[in-house]
Design a protein around this ligand. Sequence first.
Ligand SMILES: C[S@@+](CC[C@H](N)C(=O)[O-])C[C@H]1O[C@@H](n2cnc3c(N)ncnc32)[C@H](O)[C@@H]1O
Length: 297
Amino acid sequence: MDYLCSVFLLPAGAPVEVEEALIAELWMAGTLGVEYDGAVEGRVRLRAYFPYREGTVAMMPAAENGVESLGEEVVAERDWLAVYREGAQPFAVGRTFFVDPRDMPGEPPVAVPAGRTLLRVPARAAFGIGSHESTALAIELMEELDLRGARVLDVGAGTGILAFAALSRGAMLAVGLDADLAAPFHARDNGNRNRLPIRLFAGRLSALAVARPPQQFELAVVNVVPEQILPELPALVALLAPAGGAIWSGILAERGDEALAAAGALGLAEAARRRSGEWVAFRLTRAGGAAAGAGGS
Ligand SMILES: C[S@@+](CC[C@H](N)C(=O)[O-])C[C@H]1O[C@@H](n2cnc3c(N)ncnc32)[C@H](O)[C@@H]1O
């Protein structure tokens, strides 16, 4: 599908209500998405995308409140992830990993810095190539643990990057699950690419609760926003081994206390935290217990 892209400039110093009113109108007009496109002389520029077929015209909102319409252009359908992969460069994550997000035939071999482990995780539909703060925070907390021989559960595995990190650090087993049906397919491909096999399934934690024989994990890594995982925390805690613990990332710092309170009500206490930008991540252990590798690596 091609897109009709309509470009708007907000007035200089416009209050947030002007921007919100414009975005609301664009949604009412059927936009598929609105993106920020920098600023021009202090004026915020927005691009709104609409489905486009020859002869059709989007019902664009009239520019009001001093908003200026800069016109429209037809944008051809592109595989934006492929565009990203072409331009991407490998990058360091945490203290010990080096992620290659490319996936190009004949790509030059990667020069991996000493002391780092290469993870090849091409950017695809599934979230998580390690470039997001929440992924990096989870990896940093994992790097503090001795995972040798541990059974690790990756909840919301996406590309599988956290499970790969755990296996690279000596975990005996990694099970990954994701509510997004496509994610395990990407994670499986990535597992083959890295020769790090994860056991994967599409679904939710409740499926593991009824597994026979019962499953237990020394560590659960969860990079999922509270809105999406809070109702399932009891099921998560039930899957932890007696001395097991969890790393919970994907939490906006302003919701950190709320997340800790929810974990605390289930008997998990903060053992460590990391923060980057607006994101925070916690390592949680059973109150009065010890998590996998509590002695450090
Ligand atoms: C922020 S991404 C994390 C991906 C990857 N683990 C990482 O750290 O980069 C969150 C993932 O969790 C999945 N997800 C959201 N809610 C979930 C739930 N309740 N159970 C399982 N997966 C969930 C999403 O589909 C998404 O792939």
